[in-house]
Design a protein around this ligand. Structure first.
Ligand SMILES: [Zn+2]
Length: 136
């Protein structure tokens, strides 16, 4: 089952790229089988929200990133999860500017370590997403 941190996050989920929705479905099934909680903290964002959360990447604004809550996950479960899905979706993953490596799944960011950030490649950017997000 997919849980959302708020109704707003849930509504915006359907504006993300369908490739990412597909991957999230696969991840939710994995978590169901492992009895791991699967809660989405963040989907599409506005520029104001990105500034507020100290985000350096535009991936949420571009409709190609989702944040997963880590409540109830051990460090090992987190590591295994990221290994499994980074291997499985290598072709869909984003490229990190720091490491030049393809990454689908990273732990948080400098400001927010307690979530997993899942992002697909820039080619999956959704056009016009900023307008949609600002209104909801
Ligand atoms: Zn994120």
């Amino acid at each position: 089952m997919i849980l959302f941190s708020s109704k707003k996050v849930q509504n915006r989920f359907f504006s993300i790229n369908p490739i990412l929705i597909y991957i999230i479905g696969d991840m939710a099934l994995y978590c169901l089988n492992k009895k791991l909680p699967f809660k989405i903290n963040s989907t599409v964002s506005t520029e104001e929200e990105d500034i507020k959360y100290g985000r350096v990447s535009m991936s949420h604004r571009e409709g190609r990133a989702v944040d997963l809550a880590l409540d109830g996950w051990s460090e090992n479960q987190r590591k295994t999860f990221c290994k499994v899905f980074n291997d499985k979706y290598k072709k869909e993953a984003a490229v990190s500017s720091k490491t030049k490596r393809s990454l689908l799944c990273v732990y948080g960011d400098q400001q927010h370590l307690q979530h997993i950030h899942i992002q697909v490649h820039k080619r999956y950017t959704m056009d016009g997403i900023v307008e949609i997000a600002s209104n909801k």
